[in-house]
Design a protein around this ligand. Structure first.
Ligand SMILES: Cc1ncc(COP(=O)(O)O)c(C=O)c1O
Length: 453
């Protein structure tokens, strides 16, 4: 029998997060104040985040210790399993080996609790009573609801309207863990009202939901804000994925040529890829790390590298990023977690320096890959995760055409058990591709008056 699962003991949960900033020769430019456009110091972030997370955000220390309380809670579902996708390899008749790290075993069903737990922990330690946040597909909102409940913190979630209407079970999940959930844009904030005044039927976007959640935190003394991706500390928390994966592949006696992950703001990509990139940056390895985005929201492949806001209204600091413009509203595709106009500063810098790659894929090809995976491997992937699977299939086919065998690792960052309505639509032929036109991208970018890099 061929070995399918590669497992670790609870004692092998990483003790430290990996901070890639320590190994990057060209570091990202500093964030700028949204009003003055001057570099901001840690104090400017204090109304939104607890001090420990602000320290992590600017830290260049290579290894940051994971508190025992956090490791203990990680052990509810970590270490996560790694699998060899034997069924998919056989179906593709490929010479390549395909491994996947499965983050869907977490209570919320994705990688998102890896950062939700430490974020809730540091807020709790500093006496915070309530956290506001946004969610796209509902994965991040449910992860934070789960984590806040563990620490007795109130959680208020602004959920992008298309997902609020299309994914009712995600909302129920958040409510079950005790969170309050609002459809965004809402009438509860100035940001939401201003969007609704312009477009009462706005489908919402992550950028709008972030504006609403930031406004709630900035205007309430007892409330902090929490972001599920993009920021340096969030990406760092996710590195437990890649650190475990390195140990698991060591056990299997393998090392990947290619690492693939879907890309929304960069957190699950960073989580799996950064620990391997450490070996590129400091150990002479040449692994290819590929981020996969939807063609409907192609900031990495068709956006520009410049300063932009993390939200739609322009309340967050300006971040050096690949962006389609903060006013860009992506088409309502099913991978709600990938409908974000920008990318985190670290991943953007790595892309600009040619140290990582990016590809954009249409949602029908992704669903097709998701169905093939479900039928050959078993797990039904989250629509976001199908983007990685589609790329893995492309890479395996490419390697076969070249007559070589590659070892490919991808992050199966979540299951799709609450996304079955989208599979139903695909199976009944109702899913269409949304390729954004160059005119739309130009119109969104030409409205930007943020600093160029
Ligand atoms: C299952 C899943 N995968 C991927 C993503 C993309 O986000 P990120 O790039 O931050 O991992 C999301 C975001 O919500 C998600 O829910």
């Amino acid at each position: 029998m061929q070995q399918r699962k590669i497992l670790l003991e609870e004692s092998e949960i990483p003790t430290h997060w990996y901070n890639i900033l320590a190994d990057m020769k060209s570091k990202p430019l500093p964030p700028l104040h949204p009003g003055t456009q001057e570099p901001i110091g840690p104090d400017a972030l204090a109304p939104l985040f607890p001090m420990e997370l602000i320290k992590q955000e600017v830290s260049t220390e290579k290894w940051v210790e994971i508190p025992d309380e956090v490791r203990n809670l990680y052990s509810i579902w970590r270490p996560t399993p790694m699998f060899r996708a034997l069924g998919l390899e056989k179906e593709l008749n490929t010479k390549s080996k395909i491994y996947y790290k499965y983050e869907g075993v977490s209570p919320a069903g994705s990688h998102k609790p890896n950062t939700a737990i430490p974020q809730a922990y540091y807020n709790w330690k500093e006496g915070v009573k309530k956290i506001s946040t946004e969610t796209g597909a509902g994965q991040w909102g449910s992860a934070l609801s789960f984590a806040c409940n563990l620490f007795g913190i109130e959680c208020e979630v602004f959920m992008v309207r298309v997902s609020y209407e299309g994914k009712p079970y995600r909302k129920i999940m958040m409510n079950t863990w005790g969170a309050k959930v609002h459809s965004s844009p809402s009438n509860l904030t100035h940001a939401g009202k201003s969007i609704l005044a312009k477009d009462p039927n706005s489908p919402g976007s992550l950028g709008i939901a972030i504006s609403e959640a930031v406004e709630v935190a900035a205007t309430n003394e007892d409330t902090k804000y929490s972001l599920g991706s993009v920021l340096n500390h969030v990406l760092m928390h996710q590195t437990v994925i890649g650190l475990e994966a390195i140990k698991q592949l060591e056990k299997a006696g393998d090392y990947p040529d290619i690492v693939v992950a879907p890309f929304g703001g960069g957190s699950n990509f960073a989580g799996i890829a950064f620990p391997f990139l450490q070996n590129n940056l400091t150990g002479g390895k040449k692994i290819r790390a590929i981020a996969v985005e939807p063609t409907s929201c192609p900031k990495l492949t068709r956006g520009v590298f410049r300063y932009d806001f993390g939200d739609t209204i322009g309340m967050t600091p300006l971040i050096p990023m690949y962006t389609l413009g903060h006013n860009f509203i992506p088409s309502p595709i099913h991978a709600g977690g990938l409908r974000y106009h920008g990318a985190g500063a670290i991943v953007s810098q790595l892309l600009n320096d040619g140290l990582i790659e990016a590809n954009a894929i249409n949602q029908t090809e992704c669903f097709e890959a998701g169905i093939l995976f479900s039928r050959t491997v078993a797990i039904i992937p989250a629509p976001e995760a199908t983007h990685a699977i589609a790329e893995v299939i492309r890479q395996a086919k490419q390697a076969d055409q070249e007559g070589v065998s590659k070892t490919i690792l991808f992050n199966l960052c979540g299951h799709g058990n609450f996304d079955l309505a989208s599979y139903d639509q695909y199976l009944s032929g109702k899913i269409v591709d949304y390729e954004v036109s160059q005119e739309e991208i130009n119109a969104s970018l030409s409205a930007l008056n943020t600093p160029v890099i």
